[in-house]
Design a protein around this ligand. Sequence first.
Ligand code: G6P
Ligand code: ZN
Length: 579
Amino acid sequence: PRRRSWAVRASSSSATVANPEGIKIMTVPTKPVEGQKTGTSGLRKKVKVFMKENYLANWIQALFNSLPPEDFKNGLLALGGDGRYFNLEASQIIIKIAAGNGVGKILVGREGIMSTPAVSAVIRKRKANGGFIMSASHNPGGPDYDWGIKFNYSSGQPAPEYITDKIYGNTLSISEIKMADIPDVDLSRLGVTQYGSFSVEVIDPVSDYLELMESVFDFELIKSLVSRSDFRFAFDAMHAVTGAYAKPIFVDKLGADPGSIANGVPLEDFGHGHPDPNLTYAKDLVDVMYGENAPDFGAASDGDGDRNMILGRRFFITPSDSVAIIAANAQAAIPYFQSGPKGLARSMPTSGALDRVADKLNLPFFEVPTGWKFFGNLMDAGKLSVCGEESFGTGSDHIREKDGIWAVLAWLSIISYRNKDKKIGEKLISVEDVAKEHWATYGRNFFSRYDYEECESEGANQMIGYLRELVSKSKAGEKYGNYVLQFADDFTYTDPVDGSIASKQGIRFVFTDGSRIIFRLSGTGSAGATVRIYVEQFEPDVSRHDMDAQMALKPLIELALSVSKLKEFTGREKPTVIT
Ligand code: G6P
Ligand code: ZN
C-alpha cells in the first residue's frame, strides 16, 4: 500500500489559533537543522534525513519566510513529484504548511505525481505563483535512497539563487512552523476540496502538458511515422514519472504499439533502478537497441521526466549532438519553430556542436553555466528558443525546464518529416542517417564525460584547488602533449539580461584546435563529491566521423587525467560512469 500515516510532530506546546476564514492554524515550535543548502537543482538528501522530525517542514516554512507575501498569500501553487518513496507523506506536509502560511489554493497531481516539465507547464498555463516538485531527479528512490524538493517560480523556472540563498539563511534561524489543522487530502480522486478559504484541487498530471505538446508539435505528422507498420518505437519510462505520460501520449495519441512502452508504471523505488537515461543506467533499453532485431527508435527519460536519451538502431545520440540536430531541423519539422528559433544556448561543458548550428543559421548564441535555471532569463527576454546540456537535458522556451518527452517528440518530428513521403517498404531515413548527415554538414564534435562518483570531498576539493592554481599560472601557447593552449580559466558567466555573475563554474583548458578538457564538481550529488571530466575534439574530416568517440578522444582523456592528477587526489583508477 502506498498510503502511510504521517504527521509533523506537533509538540504539546504548539499553539492553535482560529483563523478568521475558518481553518485553524497551528504554530509548531522548531529548531534549525544544519545542511539545508540547495544545490544545482533543489535540496537533495537521503530520504531518512528528510523523514527526521520537522526536516522537510523546516525547509518549506523557511521558503515561505523567504518569499515576498504577495508571491503566495491567497495565491495559487502547484505541487507534483516523480512518484518516489515519501512523496505522499511529503505532499500532506507541504499542503498543510502552505495553507498555514495563507496560500489560497494548491493544484496537486493525482497521487502526488506530476513530472518536472509538466509542473512548469501547469504553473504557466494556470498562472500560478509557483510550484513544488518532489523529486531527486535521476537518483534512486526508496527507504534507503534519495529524496529531494525543488521550488519553481511564476514563469515555471527553478527559483533563482538569491531566493534559494535566502531560504538557506532562514533555515538557520527558523523557530516556528505554521501549519493548517486540516485532515490529509485524498490524493487519489480528481476534484476540489475546500477548507475554509483554502482549497486543494487534485488534477490529472497529463492533460495540461499534453495540450501544450499538441500545440508545439504536429501530432498528425508524428503519428504518420509512429503508427507505420515498418517503424518500431521503444520508450523506457524506467518505472519513473514518464510512465504516467507514455501511454496517453505515445500509444493513445500517436498510435504506438502498447508493447513499445517498457517499465511504464511509476514505482516508489523505480523497481530498484537508477532512473537515469544514459548508456550505463538505461541498460535494458540499450540492450534492446543494440540487440538482434532492434527497433528503429529508442528513448528513455529520468525520474522526474526532464532528461532524455535518444537512440537509433545500434546508434547513440550524444546529448550535445541531440540539441544541435534538433536546432538545425526545428524550423522545418516543428510548428512551434516555424518562424525559426530566436536563439540557441548550451551549458559550458556541452560540446560546441550547437555553436556551429547557431553560426550557420546566423542565430544569437549563449554559453551558460551548468544548471537549467541559467536559460530562464534568456527565454523570458525572448532571446532563446532551443537549448541543451550534455547531461541529457534538452528543451525550449515552451516551458522553463528541460523536457524529456518534448525531446522525444522533437526527434520523432524530425524523423517523421524526413520520411513523410516514404511508402511502406521503402527504406526509411534513420536516426543514424540524420546524425551522419548533420556531421557531414557541420563537422563532428567528439564528446565524452567521465564521472567519478562519491569521491572523498577532501581529495576532490584539493584537486580543484590544484587546477585553479594551474589555471592562474597558465599562458597561451604552452604545450600540453600535442596540444597548444589557447587559454585556461575557471568559467565565469555574466547574465546578459540582469547582469548577475556566476563565478567558479568549471575549469577549462581550451586548445588552439578547439579541443577542450573541463573539470567540475557536480552540484547534484547527495553524498561525497562527484568529479566530472569533459573532453571534446572537433573533427571536420568526414572520413573520420565513423570513429568510436572513446577511441577518438583517448589522447585527450589521458591528458585530462595527467593534468589533473586525478588518481593521486582521489585514489580512483576508473570512472563510475562514462557518457
Ligand atoms: C540537473 C540539472 C542540470 C545539470 C545536471 C548536472 O539535471 O537540472 O541543469 O546539468 O543536473 O548537474 P551537475 O552539477 O551534477 O553536473
Ligand atoms: Zn531530472
